[in-house]
Design a protein around this ligand. Sequence first.
Ligand code: FAD
Ligand code: NAP
Ligand code: SF4
Length: 679
Amino acid sequence: MRNDFAHLLEPLDLGFTTLRNRVLMGSMHTGLEEMPDGYARQAAFFAERARGETGLIITGGYGPNREGRLAPKSDYIAPDQDLEGHRQIVEAVHREGGKIALQLLHGGRYAHHGEIVSASAVPTRINPVVAREMTTDECYQTIEDFGTAAKLARQIGYDGVEIMGSEGYLLNQFTAQRVNQRKDEFGGTLENRLRLPVGAVSNAREKAGDDFIIVYRLSALDLVEGGNTLEDIITQAKAVEAAGATIINTGIGWHEARIPTIAHMVPRGAFTWAVKRIKPHVTIPLVYSNRVNNPQQADGIISEGVADMVSMARPLLADPDFMKKTREGRPEEINICIGCNQGCLDNAFTGKLTTCMVNPRACREVDLNYRPASTPKNFAVVGAGPGGLAFAATAAEQGHKVTLFEASDEIGGQFNLAKIIPGKEDYAETITYYGALLRKFNVDVKLNHTASAADLVDKGFDAVILATGITPRTPDIPGIDHPKVLSYLDVLAGGKPVGDKVAIIGAGGIGFDVAEYIMHPEGPGDPAHPDIARFNSEWGIDGDYAHAGGLSPEGMRMPCDKQVWLLQRKPHNKFGATLSKTRGWATFVEVMFRGVKMVGDVEYDMIDDAGLHIRAGGEPQTLDVDSIVVCAGQDSRRDLHDALVQAGMTVHLIGGADEARELDAVRAIEQASRLVATL
Ligand code: FAD
Ligand code: NAP
Ligand code: SF4
């Protein structure tokens, strides 16, 4: 497998002639757009990515008219709007030699305000407000609005626009009969349903001129009932090409689809088979997107003829220098996006500023910065989990001297457990990345070394960073010492087998992950050789693309040989409440489809040879199980703290050592990074 983009240097005649030609940065709504100093922050965010040699950047989505805006206060691109702030973004990117296109996204029935419109007034489960059906005149006006917005984008200095026709937004609502039930010339036949999207492209071409990039984001696979057929999509691709599109980007799945499309359980390149079918039918560059996270994979997608270009969005949140490191032959130093969604989409969907678990500087380019050490200090870091690794690597990069103690024989802490959960294999990438940085910046790593106070006091350290993580909690249940009982460490780290009937005590993130682990006896897969056929079969995707929307008539098939109970003391309706907002639903669906019995409102009475005795909702019952796996939360591990403080040392607690409650790797890494920023 090649590890560079050398063969991608061939120019696409789009006006830029380096390897940047073949990668575009996909659109992400980050929340910077709504901030008071949003233009300056977006300028810094995009400029950093352009400096990192990203070629064509696509901005977050802006409505082409007032109804199309996503939220009441979102900006839109129209003559009555003050668009001067956009110049800051454009100029900052151009100064760094990049190119940038403005995404024109009409939210249609996915927008969240009181004036939403769509092809027809068809409700969607993801918006309580039902959109009003657009009049025929409004359809024609919307075509004009796309054209006017493209012209304005050009006047501001953008190199192009991306017209958003996928993910179930307005244009997609017109193309698919799922939402388009119109009786006028914008509904009925495919030609009519394409009239608005194709009209938007041709109007943009007409108004913005010939030498302006127009990307059309085509829904390559709708993944919803009533979605388009492959034939419809090919017809659409040809029509937008004929209408003047420069590039066809692709999107997978409507937002209301019940199939995960970008979360960690989606195999890398999971939808290449769909995009590949479109490729022979268009002559302009076709772009593959979704779960591309490393240069080798991107290279393969292009060299295998799936597409001409790849789009990456989250990978460029995780590492703004992705392309530069690729060109310089340093792929192991790329901070790979692991598909967790925790820093990015979870934040975006809960109204918080987007960032990234593995790169807390993402979208904080203005206010989270590190200073090179003018007087290098000498730090001891205890614990090589995500928190300790982030501190050690970042501080050493600034020129500080760092010694890292790790009790086990490998770095990574709990990520070594996460990476063996089927679907979470990419978590290993974060460990690999930090390993490369530790070597590069000469961190003195002491493995198999449980640090004691004697290792740290009077050894010349200016400060000790305690990143010692957590200790699993053992609940006080009579019989907890029974041989049937295992901790999650026994199962995941110790490889102890479980029987065919298993009860899991505790339904937090680790309880769900242990359920996944038990239900997949084949263990973790190889992310470089993903089993896409299996993913398709499990989630009910028609890999032959013989059915509309790409849905298989057989539906979801998730077999499981084990009988698993997942238990919690909280009420039943709180199941999965602590999981990631934008991927937890898929974990929940998977666990449910595999037949796991989720029982809430549980009291644990005792454990004996007969099994686990509980009361669920007050009703006593005995779960006749072979194994009981305890996933009952964790407590901070900070046994060294007091001795070090008493010895007069400066001690910083980060990650689980600081606070075990609601700990996740986002917090551990961010805390470490913020500490480095104060040095
Ligand atoms: P840890 O990762 O716990 O690392 C602490 C390290 O310190 C350990 O390596 C330990 O050996 C070492 N240590 C302790 N004492 C000493 C000593 N005296 N001397 C030397 N070394 C010492 N989080 C998420 O955000 N998203 C997820 O999807 C996710 N999935 C998970 C799945 C599983 C199965 C598990 C177990 C955890 C998961 N987590 C997840 C939790 C996440 O891994 C933790 O929040 C994170 O690892 C905490 O980082 P940390 O640096 O504080 O500590
Ligand atoms: P957790 O999320 O706090 O869950 C602990 C579970 O144990 C809860 O279901 C809790 O529910 C139960 N529990 C707590 N005390 C108990 C007791 N004394 N007796 C019996 N049950 C008890 O912790 P975790 O699952 O160990 O996860 C640790 C951290 O890793 C979490 O903070 C999480 O964010 C992170 N993580 C995240 C993910 C993810 O997908 N985002 C995945 C894995 C881990 P009841 O109190 O209702 O019984
Ligand atoms: Fe990728 Fe997770 Fe970062 Fe989002 S938060 S960009 S999914 S690593």
